[in-house]
Design a protein. Sequence first.
Length: 269
Amino acid sequence: MKVAAVQMTSTRDVPANLAEAGRLVAEAAELGAKLVVLPENFSFLGATDADRVAAIEPFGDGPAQRFLTETAARHGIWLVGGTIPIRDRGERASSRSLLVAPDGRTAAHYDKIHLFDVDVPGGATERYSESATTLAGGRVVTAPTAVGRIGMTVCYDIRFPALFHRLSVLGTDVLVVPAAFTVPTGQVHWLPLLQARAIESLVYVVAAGQWGEHAGGRKTYGHSIVIGPWGEIVGELSAGVGVVCVELDMARLAVLRQRFPTVQHRREL
């Protein structure tokens, strides 16, 4: 079964972003992908809180959500819609990732649990306060698909192993990680964190990243990647806009889990 991670350089222009996402998803489908993952903020990536507020959609309607529904149905694929700012739980919007089925229905949705409120170490001053405009989620989400059971996460989540432990207990086969990693943190932490999450739970990880320079001068790391359950890199797109599409060997995954049953060996401490 083939899966694909899409790498984008999203802007403030929602229609342009959706057109670009549509082109890249079509490319992934042409390559045979049955599961396609878009990056975090695929439909909109602005410079200010006011920018983000202007892009908020109500749950169940809006241009980004319609795009996901129509695109998944058009290509007959499972489509992970990065994240969309969606308001349905109060004044602040959730950073919501949608899993859309090949018939266009929303099979599952996940609200980003761990919000990026940090001062990024490095030469330039980068400060982020995601919680100022975003409402944190509180649900761990998995869903069955034709590819396997999908575990849903977003970007900063990969620094918190407890979430991934819970996802593995729930039977996850493939972890999806839409992301917009900063360059300074990506250079040192992106690959080892993703490999750790794959190895500790014996799962495939499909991580789709933003890449390049965005509104306000923000730069993202890219390196969209698929990692196997032994920590091996199955496919990677380091830079540029594009698609990385690879085959997942689910039979090998089953054998590996049988021979090396780390999930069953875990003890609560």
